[in-house]
Write a protein that binds this ligand. Structure first.
Ligand SMILES: Cc1ncc(COP(=O)(O)O)c(C=O)c1O
Length: 370
C-alpha cells in the first residue's frame, strides 16, 4: 500500500484486494530515457509488434477522428461480424474486451466467489492471479515440468471448488506450448460441470509447430472453454486495447452481463477491423518474427546461454545466477528487456523479438556485458 493510504482503508477494503500483488509492466522507453539521459533506447520488453500497427488500421483511424464525440457502439457489431466470419463461429459466440485482460476479469467476475479456486501454472501471465484474487478466489499454482505446463498436475489440482483453469498457449514468459494430445488429455480429465477453461492464445498467430491445438476447435467439445485472442500482439494495436473471447453463446451472454457497455472504444473497433483484413501486415510480422527468432536463438546459444525454445514473439534465456545485474546493465545501454523475477524466474530474462537492427543491438550489448 502507498504511504498515503488512510488507515480506515484497512477496515473497509477486503483483505483479498489489499493483498493482490501489483502488476509489473515492462519499463516504458520514455521513463528509461528520462532516468539515464539516453535518447535512442529500444524496448524489447512487452512483446509488442516491432513493425508497428497495420498501416490500414492507422488510415482507418485517421478517417474516423471526426466522429470522436459519439459513443462507440456497445456491441461492436462490425468487428464482431468480421471476427465471426473469419473464425467460422456465430456472432453470439464472440465478446470483445478492453484488451483480452478485461475478458479474464469478466470471467473471474462471473465465476469466482470468495473461497472458490482457480488453477494456473507456476510461471505464467500474472493477470490470471490478479483477476481471481480480485474476487476473493484462491489460486492454486501448479509447478512446471521442463518449462512447460504439466497437464497431469493441472488436472490433479482441480477440486469441486475449482471454477477457472487458465492456460496460455504459447505461454508467457516461457514461449512453450501445450500439445494437442496434452490439451485433449486435460479436457477429458476435467469434471463436466462447475469449471471453465480459459485458453489464452494471445501469441497463437506466431505458432509454427503444427502439433499445437487451436482451442477454437474445442469450444463445443464438452468442458466449457473461453478462447482469448488479442489485437495487441501480431496486429500491433497494444495501445488501443482490444482483445476478444470466443465461447459458447450461453457463456458469452453471462460475460456480457458484467461487461461495461462502452469497453472497447470506437477507434479500437475501427482499427481492429482494418488490421484483421490487412493480411500483408500479419504475414510480414510473422516473417520478421521468424527471422528474428532464429537469429536471437542462435546468438544466445553462441554466447553459451541456455534458451527455452519459443513458439511466440519473445525468447527467454537463463543466466545461471540472478539476472538483475544483467537486466540493469542492458538498461544502461538503452536496451529494455524483462527480468523475470516477478514471474518467479529470477535467473531468467525475456526478450521480445525486434527488427533486425534491434536484435543486433541487444546481442551486441549483452555480449559486452557478459
Ligand atoms: C499471455 C498473455 N495474455 C494476454 C495478454 C494481454 O493482452 P491484451 O493486451 O489483449 O490485454 C498478454 C500481454 O502481454 C499476455 O502475455
Amino acid at each position: 500500500m502507498s504511504p498515503q493510504t488512510p488507515r480506515w482503508v484497512q477496515r473497509v477494503v477486503p483483505e483479498h484486494v489489499l493483498s493482490i500483488p501489483p502488476y509489473v509492466p515492462g519499463k516504458p522507453r520514455a521513463e528509461l530515457e528520462r532516468e539515464f539521459g539516453i535518447i535512442d533506447s529500444v524496448k524489447m520488453a512487452s512483446n509488442e509488434n516491432p513493425l508497428g500497427p497495420s498501416p490500414r488500421a492507422v488510415e482507418a483511424i485517421g478517417r474516423y477522428v471526426r466522429g470522436l464525440h459519439v459513443y462507440p457502439e456497445s456491441s461492436a457489431p462490425a468487428l464482431r461480424t468480421a471476427l465471426a466470419r473469419r473464425l467460422g463461429v456465430s456472432e453470439q459466440a464472440v465478446i470483445l474486451g478492453n484488451g483480452s485482460d478485461e475478458i479474464m476479469l469478466l470471467a473471474a467476475h462471473v465465476f469466482v466467489r470468495p473461497g472458490d479456486e482457480a488453477v494456473i501454472g507456476e510461471h505464467t501471465f500474472s493477470m490470471y492471479r490478479i483477476v481471481v484474487e480480485a474476487f476473493g478466489g484462491l489460486v492454486k499454482s501448479v509447478p512446471f515440468k521442463n518449462h512447460r505446463f504439466d497437464v497431469e498436475a493441472l488436472a490433479a489440482a482441480v477440486t469441486p471448488r475449482t471454477r477457472l483453469l487458465f492456460i496460455a498457449n504459447p505461454n508467457n514468459p516461457t514461449g512453450t506450448v501445450v500439445s494437442r494430445e496434452e490439451f485433449e488429455f486435460l479436457l477429458e480429465s476435467l469434471p463436466r460441470e462447475g469449471i471453465v477453461v480459459v485458453m489464452d492464445e494471445a501469441y497463437g498467430e506466431y505458432v509454427r509447430d503444427g502439433d499445437v491445438p487451436r482451442a477454437l476447435n474445442y469450444v463445443r467439445a464438452g468442458v466449457p472453454l473461453i478462447v482469448l485472442r488479442t489485437f495487441s500482439k501480431i496486429y500491433g494495436l497494444a495501445g488501443l486495447r482490444v482483445g476478444y473471447g470466443v465461447s459458447e453463446p450461453w457463456l458469452i451472454e453471462l460475460l456480457n452481463r458484467v461487461r461495461p457497455p462502452f469497453n472497447v472504444n470506437s477507434m479500437a473497433q475501427i482499427a481492429a477491423v482494418a488490421a484483421l483484413e490487412d493480411e500483408d501486415h500479419v504475414r510480414l510480422s510473422r516473417l520478421t518474427n521468424e527471422a528474428g527468432m532464429q537469429y536471437l536463438e542462435a546468438e544466445l546459444k553462441r554466447l553459451g546461454l541456455e534458451v527455452i525454445p519459443s513458439q511466440a514473439n519473445f525468447i527467454t534465456f537463463c543466466l545461471e545466477r540472478n539476472a538483475k545485474p544483467v537486466y540493469e546493465a542492458l538498461l544502461r545501454k538503452g536496451v529494455i528487456v524483462r527480468h523475470l523475477a516477478s514471474f518467479g524466474m529470477e535467473r531468467y530474462i525475456r526478450v521480445t523479438v525486434g527488427r533486425e537492427a534491434e536484435n543486433r543491438r541487444f546481442i551486441g550489448a549483452l555480449e559486452q556485458i557478459l
